[in-house]
Write a protein that binds this ligand. Structure first.
Ligand code: AMP
Length: 543
């Protein structure tokens, strides 16, 4: 017997229509590339989105076409999210921090028809224009007054394009599994891999983002996504804000501590999200300038492991909750969040902290298991660790136009191989032990590079740390700790090694510490371990 409920497709247009109808007077605030702060409402945004769709139609964009963006978090980017997907085309967000060759690969692989580019990234396109298909149209995301004197041929101006367009548009009907957006995961090896989201996956993910044990975004929130819209759709936050009617505050290109702090303070932001690196900058600025952010309630930290010291700084200095989250491009990205449970209330703060530093428990919709080398499931006892596999309605079922990688990415039952190695405990909390490629294999046992890094950055003199395995004649590999000192930091190797005593098994303690000026990073801010391994390929550990 079939249920008798309306069959309404879950589409991104339904999100922005809802925002315009029921939260039409809620503000969207953006720090612009041109300089001033821009303010308008969901209602005004929706009018411009419809003008933009009409303009895209005039440019020849049709269903399924890829329309790329190379842009910061701002209102025009937000408009593109909904205009492009809503007309049945695919919004392809490009990470401008990738190397030129990778950007060329991505644009050609996606066969983008148009690229919308922020003023700051015009030089990126100028540098690679000759290697792109000459038919690709370029639209600069600014007004006539700020149009750059660019080498790019035939570049168009965003505001000129939409000026004079009609703000009425009949959205097409399509099936909810239609592709809505495309994002390439910036793997540390090989070519970037394309993850193609659907309208359905995006809406289901947005609903979860609004659940209390998800990101908990609601109509009462003022939300500042520091995480870029070119990285997994800013963790789905623009969609979740439209769904809930939260006020949105876009930081533009200002990712430094002072700029983020200014917006958090002036706009009364209650919720923000980003990677640990940006929070280090913010916390540094806040402690130097004795700032308090009384409105700020929750900070999500994901993309890399959060050090305990960071959770404590947010809790103690700013009286705000710091929630650890884990996910990946292939998962839209939400997988787990370290929210406490009702039966954990009576735990001591120290015992709770042991869970807060874990990556967290799965939200409904994400199922996970850990397996050994033969794909046999391992127990959820918080000790056994193996590769983490996931499944769910917002997890990819294959990479776009990449059968070879897709074939290796799933087990026999269709679960996605995350490439992360983790434990899962009795309460369902998952903890990343390492990337499968980064664990250090010492004497047949595994050492977690992440755990050693977390302890190192707990030292006030250390700004950043990376641990890699270095060849060892007896143990196969042994850990080498590579640190960048914070300004004025004077810690010695012996003091660093002493820190590990009692925190990890003796045989986990690194064999050596080296101090360098800077660590190599990926385009998404993670430490580029492949590069570190190259730099230290011939390194000899002391006897
Ligand atoms: P991306 O697809 O660029 O978002 O990267 C996803 C990968 O980042 C995951 O597979 C993890 O290896 C890593 N990652 C994401 N969140 C965390 C976290 N909270 N702790 C440790 N690693 C993380």
């Amino acid at each position: 017997m079939r249920g008798m409920m309306m069959d309404m497709p879950l589409t991104t247009t339904s999100l922005i229509e809802h925002a315009a109808r029921y939260h039409g007077d809620t503000e969207i605030v953006s720090r612009t590339i041109e300089g001033p702060i821009h303010r308008y409402t969901y209602g005004e945004s929706y009018q411009r989105i419809k003008k933009l769709v009409n303009a895209l139609g005039d440019l020849g964009v049709g269903e399924g076409d890829r329309v790329a963006t190379l842009a910061w978090n701002g209102y025009r980017h937000f408009e593109l999210y909904f205009a492009v997907s809503g007309m049945g085309a695919v919004c392809h967000t490009i990470n401008p921090r990738l190397f030129g060759d990778q950007i060329i690969y991505i644009i050609n692989h996606a066969k983008d028809k148009i690229i919308f580019v922020d003023l700051s990234f015009v030089p990126v396109l100028e540098g690679i224009a000759e290697q792109l298909d000459a038919s690709i149209k370029i639209v600069v995301m600014t007004d006539q007054e700020h149009m750059p004197d660019s080498k790019l041929e035939n570049s168009l101006c965003f505001e000129v394009l939409i000026d004079g367009q009609s703000d009425s548009y009949d959205w097409p009907d399509f099936e909810e599994n239609t592709a809505s957006s495309l994002c390439y995961s910036s793997g540390t090896t090989g070519n970037p891999k394309a993850v193609l989201y659907s309208h359905r996956s995006t809406v289901l993910h947005a609903m979860t983002a609004c659940a209390t044990d998800g990101l908990g975004i609601s109509g009462q929130d003022i939300v500042l996504p520091v995480v870029p819209m070119f990285h997994v759709n800013a963790w789905g936050i623009p969609y979740a804000c439209a769904l809930s009617g939260a006020k949105l505050v876009f930081p533009g290109a200002g990712m430094d501590g002072a700029s983020v702090c200014e917006l958090l303070e002036n706009e009364g932001v209650t919720f923000t999200a980003g990677v640990p690196t940006v929070w280090l900058l913010l916390l540094g600025y806040i402690s130097e300038n004795k700032k308090k952010l009384p409105d700020l309630e929750r900070v999500i930290v994901g993309g890399a492991a959060v050090p305990q010291s960071m959770i404590e700084a947010f809790e103690n200095d700013l009286d705000c909750r710091c929630i650890h989250a884990w996910g990946m491009t292939e998962m839209s990205p939400l997988g787990t969040l370290a929210h406490m449970k009702n039966n954990m209330k009576d735990m001591t703060p120290e015992d709770q902290m042991a869970y807060k530093v874990k990556q967290g428990r799965p939200v409904y919709g994400v199922d996970m298991k850990i397996v050994d080398d033969n794909d046999a499931e391992l127990p959820h006892d918080g000790k056994a660790f193996g590769e983490l596999l996931v499944r769910g309605p917002w997890v990819t079922n294959g990479y776009y136009e990449d059968e070879e990688t897709s074939a290796d990415s799933f087990d026999a039952d269709g679960w996605f191989r995350t490439g992360d190695v983790s434990t899962i405990d009795e309460r369902g909390f998952m903890q990343i032990v390492d990337r499968a490629k980064d664990v250090i294999k010492s004497g047949g046992e595994w050492i977690s590079s992440i755990e050693l890094e977390n302890i190192a950055v707990g030292h006030p003199d250390i700004a950043e740390a990376g641990v890699i395995g270095v060849a060892h004649p007896k143990w196969d590999e042994r850990p080498l700790l590579i640190c960048v000192k914070s300004d004025g930091g004077a810690v010695t190797e012996a003091e660093m090694l002493e820190m590990y005593k009692g925190k990890v098994a003796d045989w986990w303690i690194p064999n050596q510490v080296v101090f360098i000026d800077e660590l190599p990073h990926t385009a998404t801010g993670k430490i580029r371990k492949t590069e570190l391994r190259k730099i230290f390929a011939d390194h000899k550990l002391p006897a």
